[in-house]
Ligand binder design. Structure first.
Ligand code: AMP
Length: 483
C-alpha cells in the first residue's frame, strides 16, 4: 500500500459518527409524512435518548438492537445509541421470530428498541424491550470515549446462502463510506434524497442516512411506491427531491408506472442503483423514462459501497465502474473480487474462523463475487462464486446466461440456477417472468440462447413464474427457486 493511499484512508476514516454527523447544512434534515425534524431537533432528541439509555445502564460496552420499520423515531433511536457509544444491531423488520432469535442470540443485545408490531416478538424471546414510540429520555450523558476503530453497528449478511453472519462496522468504516459517497456523487447540502430503502441495510444506512447527515443535505423517508417517489421528486417547494437511491426491482416498478404516467424527471440530479445487477434493458428504459440512466454501483455489507459508475462521463450498462476513493479492487482466484480500504470491515462478530477465512494474508476481503476488470479499469460483476453451476463438468455463471435471456422480448425478468440432475450434475434452468406483451415459448427461448451461447451454458429447461422470489433488497433468493 502506498503512503498516499494510507494517508487518504486515515483522513476518510477520521472521527466518529456522533462528532461528524449533523455538523452543518440545511435546517430541515429529515422528513417523513407530515412530520419534519431540523438539525437542532434531531441532535437534541438523539442526545436526550442517549441520556435515557444511559439512565437504563446502557454503556459503550453494550449492543442495542433496533427492530422497527423506517421512521423518524428509528433515526432518533439509532443516533441515540451512537451518542451513548453503544453498538447498534441492525434488524430487518420483516424478520419473524426464528430469524430474529438467531440475531438476538448471536449479538446478545442489552436491549431491543422495537416498534409496536415487533415488541411482542422481542419480549417473547425474553429480551429487554424499549418502546420506539416512547423512547426513554434523560439528561445529556457524558461523551463516550470512541475512536474510528470503535464498533458502530453490526449488520447481518443477507443470508441468501446460509445463516446470517454479523459484520461489525466501525465508525471509521461508516465515515469513509459516507465521505466517499459525497465525493463520487457530488452530494451537497443542496440535495434532498428521496429515501425509500430500508434503514437497517447498508445502502439505506451507510449511504442514504449517513451521507445525508454528513453532507448537510436532507432526506425524505417514504415507503416505496412509484407514486410516492415521483410525488417527492416533483414537489414545487424547497423539499423537492434531487436524488433517489433504489434497487433494480424498484426501478422496474418506477418505469412501469412512468410508462402509464409520463412525468418529466429531467431536473433530478442523480439516480443511484445497486444491490443486485441492473439489466441493460432496464438501464436503457430508465435512460428514456427518467431522463438519465441510473448510476449503477456495487457494494457488499462487509465492504460498504465501494465501486461506482461515474457522475460525469459515460455510465456503462452491465458494468459497475471504478473504485471509491481509497478503495483497492483486484481479482483473485476464480476471478473473485477482492477489496481493501478504509470502508472495509475488519471482522465478523464473535466468529474468528469466518473472519480468518474472509481475508487474504495481505488484508484483502474476499467478496465471494466473480468479477471482470476491463481495459478501462471498470469492474463488471458476473455473479456469486457459490451460484456457479457445474454442468457436465463445465462451469456456468448464471449472470452470463441471464444477460442473454434478458435480451429476448418475451422475457421481463429471469434468474438462472442449477437444478441437481443425475445426467449433468446440475442442469442449467431458467426461471422466467414473461413480459405481458409477448408470448413465451420454451423451445424458442432455448433456441435464442443457443444462437448466442456455448451449448453447455444454455438452459435445459425454462420454468415460468409470476414473479421471482426476492429479499428486502430486491436480491433473487436462488435457494428458493430450486427447492
Ligand atoms: P449485501 O451484502 O446484502 O449488500 O449484498 C451484496 C451482494 O449484492 C454483492 O456481493 C453482490 O453479489 C450483489 N451486488 C451488489 N451490488 C451489485 C451490482 N451492482 N451488480 C451485481 N451484484 C451486486
Amino acid at each position: 500500500m502506498t503512503d498516499d493511499i494510507a494517508a487518504l484512508r486515515t483522513r476518510l476514516r477520521s472521527g466518529t459518527l456522533p462528532e461528524a454527523l449533523l455538523r452543518s447544512g440545511r435546517e430541515v434534515v429529515l422528513r417523513c409524512g407530515d412530520k419534519n425534524l431540523t438539525r437542532d431537533q434531531l441532535r437534541g432528541d438523539a442526545e436526550r435518548v442517549a441520556g435515557g439509555l444511559h439512565g437504563l445502564g446502557i454503556t459503550a460496552e453494550d449492543r442495542v438492537a433496533i427492530y422497527a420499520a423506517n421512521s423518524l423515531e428509528w433515526v432518533i433511536a439509532y443516533l441515540g445509541v451512537q451518542r451513548v457509544g453503544a453498538c447498534a444491531v441492525m434488524m430487518n423488520p420483516d424478520y419473524h421470530s426464528a430469524e430474529a432469535e438467531h440475531i438476538f442470540h448471536d449479538s446478545e443485545p442489552a436491549a431491543v428498541v422495537a416498534d409496536r408490531p415487533r415488541a411482542a416478538i422481542a419480549a417473547k424471546l425474553g429480551l429487554r424491550v424499549i418502546s420506539l414510540e416512547e423512547l426513554p429520555k434523560g439528561a445529556v450523558p457524558p461523551k463516550p470515549s470512541l475512536t474510528p476503530d470503535s464498533p458502530a453497528a453490526i449488520l447481518y449478511t443477507s443470508g441468501t446462502t446460509g445463516r446470517p453472519k454479523g459484520a461489525v462496522l466501525d465508525h471509521g468504516n461508516f465515515l469513509a463510506q459516507g465521505r466517499g459517497a459525497l465525493e463520487v456523487w457530488r452530494w451537497t447540502s443542496r440535495d434532498v434524497l428521496v429515501h425509500a430503502l430500508p434503514l437497517f441495510h447498508l445502502h439505506g444506512l451507510g449511504m442514504g442516512l449517513h451521507g445525508t447527515l454528513l453532507g448537510g443535505g436532507s432526506a425524505t423517508l417514504v415507503p416505496f411506491t412509484p407514486e410516492a417517489v415521483v410525488a417527492e421528486l416533483t414537489r414545487d417547494d424547497a423539499e423537492r427531491g434531487t436524488m433517489f437511491f433504489g434497487v433494480p426491482s424498484m426501478y422496474h416498478r418506477l418505469c412501469d408506472w412512468l410508462d402509464e404516467n409520463p412525468t418529466d424527471l429531467s431536473h433530478v440530479r442523480v439516480f443511484v442503483c445497486g444491490s443486485a445487477p441492473l439489466p441493460p434493458a432496464l438501464f436503457e428504459r430508465c435512460a428514456r423514462l427518467l431522463g438519465q440512466p441510473p448510476i449503477e454501483r456495487y457494494g457488499i455489507t462487509e465492504g460498504g459501497i465501494v465501486v461506482t459508475n461515474p457522475y460525469d462521463g459515460p455510465r456503462q450498462p452491465g458494468r459497475v465502474g471504478h473504485p471509491f476513493p481509497g478503495v483497492e479492487v483486484r481479482l483473485g482466484e476464480l476471478d473473485e473480487v477482492l477489496l481493501r480500504g478504509g470502508q472495509v470491515f475488519s471482522g465478523y462478530w464473535r466468529n474468528p474462523q469466518a473472519t480468518a477465512e474472509a481475508f487474504t494474508p495481505d488484508g484483502f476481503f474476499l467478496t465471494g463475487d466473480v468479477g471482470e476488470i476491463g481495459e478501462d479499469g471498470t469492474l463488471a460483476i458476473r455473479g456469486r462464486i457459490k451460484e456457479l453451476i457445474i454442468t457436465g463438468g463445465f462451469n456456468v455463471y448464471p449472470r452470463e446466461v441471464e444477460l442473454v435471456l434478458e435480451a429476448h422480448p418475451a422475457v421481463q425478468e429471469v434468474a438462472v440456477a442449477g437444478v441437481p440432475s443425475d445426467k449433468w450434475g446440475e442442469e442449467v434452468t431458467a426461471y422466467v417472468v414473461p413480459s405481458p406483451s409477448a408470448r413465451l415459448v420454451e423451445s424458442e427461448l432455448i433456441a435464442f440462447a443457443q444462437e448466442r451461447l456455448a451449448s453447455y451454458k444454455c438452459p435445459k429447461r425454462v420454468i415460468t413464474l409470476d414473479r421471482l422470489p426476492r429479499n428486502a433488497m430486491g436480491k433473487v433468493q436462488r435457494s428458493l427457486l430450486t427447492k
